[in-house]
Design a protein around this ligand. Structure first.
Ligand code: NAD
Length: 770
């Protein structure tokens, strides 16, 4: 294509730039470039909306322009959706509804305009960005790994507001719309092409050229424009063995009231089960899709705007957006204090390319896996070939499973390349090259000391040594080191490849540069990173333990195992506390509870139930003796297999026969017999957690309330819609939390003694967040 730049309309500080490119000197293509000078990513703001409309109108009116292309001026990003700062300023549902109606109208004008408009997508096209691409006559996307398309609004408690969900349903069917909308997952370009949601996928360097050519083709071959829906259907069918079945599904399900009803009913039941009524957005999206099926696009679009308005001002969405801001702020935090940066010369993160992981068990293999995925060269060390082989197998299985979940033409190659970055040994060969060593051997202080001593002899001066201990104080581990300034904790969570948090633990000897380096590595591994000060249980284990202990305490009062777990699931935790103990190991919980008791005294006394369970050899799921029995069911679940669990009633027998856990008031009765209100159970467990979190901030274990919220939500599953323990205090008000804690203290004793910070905040009427 011969390209001549005709002119550029620039209004400072404008977001939308227009250039007109000519093909063969005759057919002009107006290329509208979105480039918000104030943001790293383009977002939808009123200014962008107004400028885009004006630019489109001008291009429509210009007789030299035959077609229009919309692209981004950002290097690797198209348009990532609504501007959240702007959305947060909206106070009333009606105002948000108006905004949605307005954007919907503007997008509809693009779709209905006389001249073809082609979206040229490179980089993420998310939320409103994807909706814009869907509203265009056609979309051409780059096949770059950075290009993803999706409607992630549900993750912020919202729903698409510019009819994107309806357009997905229209083009790809109800089932795809439900999947894309309710999971918020992103699609790779090839997948979007296969679903008929983009029209062409090309290499990144030629994507603009391809978009212009596609736009001109739509001008010179009007039949192509007319038959785009058929072309998309054909794209959907190409090379798809299930294609015919899917077409039949669209006839028998989408176009059939009974089929639609059954599909939506099933989706509703699944959404309800998953959200337990705490997240309204999935249900609202299903309402809109139901209306779409019954009454068509326009009516559904109106409903969408109204429901979007309600969601924008909902508490759930506010909490999720605040959490999003908190994680975004964490991502920019170097992990060290500003005075350290001023005082110390050498605090920039050191370059890390080679990582050595000592211990190829569950955690070691997980850490090796995320490190290799982050592009690091990894050497994993264990004591024998069997353990090492198991670790390597684990990594390969994780990589294969991931590739199977989102297959692409390059996924097999990516697995091979990632796995090739990993090597193993049963001695310390290779450790001398490491920039960072992470030990993940058994939780045994003598063994950890031995590893530290061995490693320190071999590594270079600049190497940082981290421990993945779950509860041993790093200061104690560092006692074996000649250079304690290079020692810190990198506390990953299990399973490492799925859990989004990394808790970095610094002692008073840890050098700030070591902290900054570990933070940078964690971020490269895709983790939300918080930095905490050393202490028994650090932050996450410290707040988790009182919560688990309280659940164990409730059990000894005669409450059924599943009643306790259900109460906390209903409160919003992803797993009940007793089930969680089964997974993490009841022996581990009992051990940590004892350590916490020793460190913090009577206030955190380990409940007697742990001793009884240990005497009964109940270590949890790993030895088949926990609170539950697990059956391998053959059906159900995403990959056709699901583990079913049922309460192991013999636990009650163990508790009943031990005097320390038999309810004194009712010695003759069998357990379980007590039936407290679920609210009472969740109140006790969660107040124990929140109160301990406040102590952590007060004692300087935490650097900020923000870190405390991010750590609790992403580390131990504190319900995101409640925002984290500190946000929860703010929302309910410190005086109310104090009242609840005091009342529990009166009934159950010193373990509920309010944190001094809580008393002070309540007295002064202070909040953690502005
Ligand atoms: P694991 O038992 O699965 O693995 C430990 C591995 O260390 C074994 O393969 C063992 O052979 C190996 N090992 C022992 N001595 C060694 C040595 N001298 N050199 C090299 N390898 C050696 O244990 P795990 O669950 O992976 O836990 C490891 C560490 O991570 C522990 O400190 C644990 O507290 C901590 N942690 C565990 C979890 C969890 O959920 N499992 C979570 C966070 C932290």
């Amino acid at each position: 294509m011969e390209v001549v730049t005709l002119g550029t309309i620039v209004r400072a500080p404008s977001i939308v730039r227009t250039e007109t490119l000519f093909h063969d000197g005759a057919h002009g293509v107006a290329v509208l470039t979105l480039d918000d000078p104030h943001e790293t990513h383009n977002t939808i703001t009123p200014q962008l909306g107004a400028e885009l409309t004006a630019a489109l109108d001008a291009a429509e009116a210009d007789p030299r322009v035959k077609a229009i292309v919309i692209r981004s001026g950002k290097k690797d990003s198209f348009l990532v959706g609504a501007n959240l700062d702007y959305l947060q300023t909206i106070r009333f549902a009606n105002d948000a509804e108006e905004v949605s109606l307005e954007v919907g109208k503007r997008f509809a004008r693009i779709a209905e305009g006389g001249k073809p408009v082609v979206a040229c997508v490179h980089g993420p096209a998310l939320g409103g960005g994807f909706e814009l691409a869907l509203a265009c006559t056609a979309a051409v996307a780059s096949d770059d790994p950075k290009t993803v398309l999706g409607l992630p609004e549900v993750k912020l408690g919202l729903m698409p507001a510019a009819n994107g969900l309806l357009r997905v349903a229209d083009r790809a069917g109800l089932r795809v719309a439900i999947d894309v909308g309710l999971t918020g997952r992103s699609l790779k370009p090839q997948k979007a092409l296969a679903l008929g949601l983009v029209d062409e996928v090309v290499a990144a360097p030629i994507v603009l050229d391809a978009a212009c050519r596609f736009a001109l083709k739509l001008v010179t071959r009007p039949a192509l424009r007319k038959h785009l829906p058929q072309r998309r259907a054909w794209m959907r069918h190409r090379g798809q063995p299930m294609a015919r079945l899917r077409s039949m599904e669209r006839v028998f399900v989408d176009k059939n009231p009974l089929g639609r009803m059954m599909l939506l009913r099933r989706a509703r039941a699944e959404a309800e089960k998953e959200t337990r009524g705490h997240y309204p957005a999935p249900g609202r999206m299903l309402d809109v899709l139901e209306r779409f099926g019954k009454k068509g696009f326009r009516s559904a679009a109106e409903l969408e705007s109204r429901l979007f308005g309600e969601l924008v001002v909902s508490e759930t969405s506010h909490r999720l957006v605040e959490l999003f801001f908190a994680t975004t702020a964490c991502k920019k935090d170097p992990g060290i204090e500003s005075d350290e940066r001023a005082k110390e010369k050498d605090v920039a993160p050191a370059a890390v390319e080679r990582v050595s992981v000592i211990g190829a068990g569950l955690m070691g293999a997980g850490i090796a896996c995320v490190s290799a995925q982050a592009g690091l060269t990894v050497r994993m060390k264990d004591t024998d070939d069997v353990a090492l082989g198991r670790g390597l197998r684990y990594v390969k299985d994780v990589l294969d499973e991931r590739a199977a979940r989102s297959p692409s033409p390059t996924s097999a190659l990516e697995v091979e390349q990632t796995f090739a970055r990993l090597s193993g040994a049963i001695d310390y060969s290779g450790v001398s090259n490491a920039d960072l060593v992470i030990e993940a051997v058994f939780e045994d202080i003598a063994l950890k000391h031995e590893v530290i001593r061995d490693v320190e002899k071999l590594v270079k001066d600049t190497c940082i040594i981290a421990s993945n201990t779950s509860a041993l104080p790093i200061t104690r581990i560092a006692e074996a080191a000649e250079h304690p300034e290079r020692i810190l904790g990198m506390h990953y969570f299990s399973p490492v490849q799925r859990m989004p948090l990394l808790e970095i633990v610094r002692t008073k000897h840890t050098h700030p540069r070591a902290v900054a380096t570990a933070v940078a590595v964690g971020r490269r591994q895709g983790k939300n990173v918080i930095v905490v000060r050393d202490g028994v249980g650090f932050y996450t284990t410290r707040i988790l333990m009182p919560y688990l202990s309280e659940a164990a305490q409730v059990l000894t009062e005669g409450v059924a195992i599943d009643t306790i777990d259900r109460a906390l699931l209903d409160w919003g935790f992803p797993t009940g506390p007793l089930h969680l103990m089964d997974e993490a190991g009841i022996d581990v919980a009992a051990h940590v509870a004892t350590e916490m008791h020793e460190a913090f005294g009577e206030r955190l006394r380990a409940p007697a139930v742990f001793t009884v369970l240990m005497n009964d050899h109940r270590h949890g799921r790993k030895n088949g003796r926990g609170f539950y029995l697990y059956d391998r069911a053959v059906r159900g679940g995403r990959h056709g297999r699901q583990i079913a669990k049922r309460v192991d009633d013999t636990v009650y027998y163990a508790l009943r026969t031990d005097p320390s856990t038999r309810p004194a008031a009712l010695p003759a009765r069998s357990l379980p017999h007590a039936k407290p209100m679920p609210e009472e159970i969740s109140l006790r467990c969660t107040m124990a957690l929140v109160n301990e979190a406040l102590r952590c901030l007060d004692e300087g274990i935490l650097r900020s309330a923000r870190d405390g919220d991010v750590g609790a939500v992403f580390g131990i599953g504190f319900p995101p819609f409640r925002g984290g323990p500190f946000r929860y205090v703010d929302v309910l008000g410190a005086p109310e939390i104090l009242r609840r804690t005091r009342s529990l203290e009166q009934r159950f004793g010193s373990r509920f003694e309010p944190a001094p910070l809580l008393v002070e905040m309540a007295r002064k009427g202070k909040r953690f967040y502005g």
